[in-house]
Design a protein around this ligand. Sequence first.
Ligand code: 5AD
Ligand code: SF4
Length: 490
Amino acid sequence: MTKKLYIETVGCQMNVLDSELVVGSLRRLGYELVYQPTDADLIFFNTCSVRQHAEDKIYSALGRLRGHKQRHPHKIVGVLGCMAQKDQEIIKRRAPHVDIICGPGQLAQLPQLVAEVQKTGDLQLAVSLGRAEASRHDVETSFESYDPARDPSMRPNPFQAYVRIMIGCDKFCTYCIVPSVRGPEQSRHPEQIAAEVRQLAGEGCKEVTLLGQTVNSYKFQSPDGRHWRLSDLLARIHDTPGIERIKFVTNFPKDMTDDLLDAVRDLPKVCSYLHVPVQSGCNDVLKRMKRLYTVEYYREMLARCREKVPGVAVSSDFIVGFCGETEESFQRTCDLVSEAGFKNSFIFKYSPRPSTKADDLYPDDVPEEVKKRRNNDLLAIQNAVSLADHRRKIGETVEVLVEGTSKTFEKRGGPVQLTGRTMTDHIVVFEGNERLIGRTVRVQIEEATSFTIFGTVETEETIGASETCCEAPMAAPHDASHRRVGLPLV
Ligand code: 5AD
Ligand code: SF4
């Protein structure tokens, strides 16, 4: 009988990619993916620790499974990813029915961990060293890069894929748990990345999104002494046959160098889209966050992006209600959003993370209702900015990579509504035949809301047909309209 695997993923694109790799490695052992935890022999949660809410969701899901596990003791429950790295003891206490606790740096060991539980019935724990526990080198090597087991069927589309180019983070923003759960910043070998992109293209992938916590800090010194930056890597993979679009997320403002902007401008397959989170529009707050730049620096950087890459779309993240954020500080953030012209912004209420600098040093002194109100107010300002940006596109013709059907805009019994993205990452919805999914078409823009632009396909002839695309297996039609690059899934 086929063994069955269920995996629930919360968090960032890194986790989405990790889940794809976990599924890839277990499928090779004969596991089949199922969509109900109670149908599975292996039940995994790939977790996130960036905000408390993401952790609460996992503990609730684990709690719901407790009775099921008691009735079926041979089933294996695993907590993977950032929570596993951060909270082994808490997981053991709050969810004693968990069989595997596996950090993001140990996912390659999962098949052995599963075999060990099957053999012994004992809890298996595999995590990396904490950053203060050993030398940098030892901590680095305890985070294993885990990338080769790609599984196109695990992706929302076989023609779009994430590619990790680095792991970890060395910035230590005071609010952020990532440097402690994902470990020190380490860049992958450019040739390994290039080989993975070639493999993906061979499987029918047309768009790759390069992933890193601070992707534009990528640096690698190859054995021949050559220093690689992100701009060099983009040039290296640019001509991969079959690849039509290259994106990269997420950028750190201080590392937005001119060579990178030149590469975005000069390499036609690189999307004119930059996700560069600013987090706050107030210098006092930025200082307490230890973001290493001022608002003046950020505005200058934004002007440089727009001057170097005409037409570039920029998006941002914000944290509202950070420790000590006054009405005046918040107003400065509102002013920045009103003026900066972000394509969109992801806005989060500050969530204190135990053992971060901010949690040690500053009281979480903005009440929840105030955080909520600031979140809504900032969102309203951003929505007005996005609407104006979208309306300016009316009358333009844009190239859209069709991602799937849109359930949000489905008309009962009416024609199929397709959704896709432009080279500037704008979401476009239009009527069309499902056979266009996975292809690039020209769409004339006619209408706009804050979240979506609507148009009519100009011609059903597709653009930039590649050698490999047409044989690619087609994903089941899905609603791709909410799967935004840069959007944490929690
Ligand atoms: N509370 C709220 N939001 C956070 N982020 C990171 N840490 C926290 C936190 N403790 C947000 C930042 C980051 C995005 C991925 O999550 O805006 O860019
Ligand atoms: Fe967290 Fe800052 Fe690193 Fe981003 S740059 S992952 S916010 S520490």
